[in-house]
Ligand binder design. Sequence first.
Ligand code: ZN
Length: 161
Amino acid sequence: MASKTWLVEPVRDPYYDQSELPGEVRPIVRADTRAQAISDSGFLGLYRWTELRAVRAKEFDGQPLTPQTFLEHGWCFECSGCYARLTIDGREGAADPKPPLVVGQDVFCDEACRDKARQRHAEIEAENARRKRDLAELVAARSGEGAVKHGYRPADSGTVP
Ligand SMILES: [Zn+2]
């Protein structure tokens, strides 16, 4: 497995804009070469090859590429529950900021925000299940119509004299 870590980002015109775009996602990629890092970034298609650069991110070599690692290196995240901005110190603007709660690839302000995200997820699952049921009923009703239209009859069971 590749051991070098890279930060892949779009190259900007230095005479036009040096600032970072808000909310921009810059993929962290493990690869042996720059070219491989750019290929694996998922940016090709959004940008041309020549509009991207891969910068070595040695601070991530040998570390798990998790939100916790990124938080510890100064990156910011959005709470998956309330979408507030989070740093390793806590929620932006909070009177009494607490370190964020990291669960897998998600970062939350606290347990309350995790519950919010869980509830939203459950509502989406229920809605998807309802739509699936409606679709199945519709398909069943249509295939019933089809059977009549094509003159389908159950096989004759015969008569017993
Ligand atoms: Zn939150």
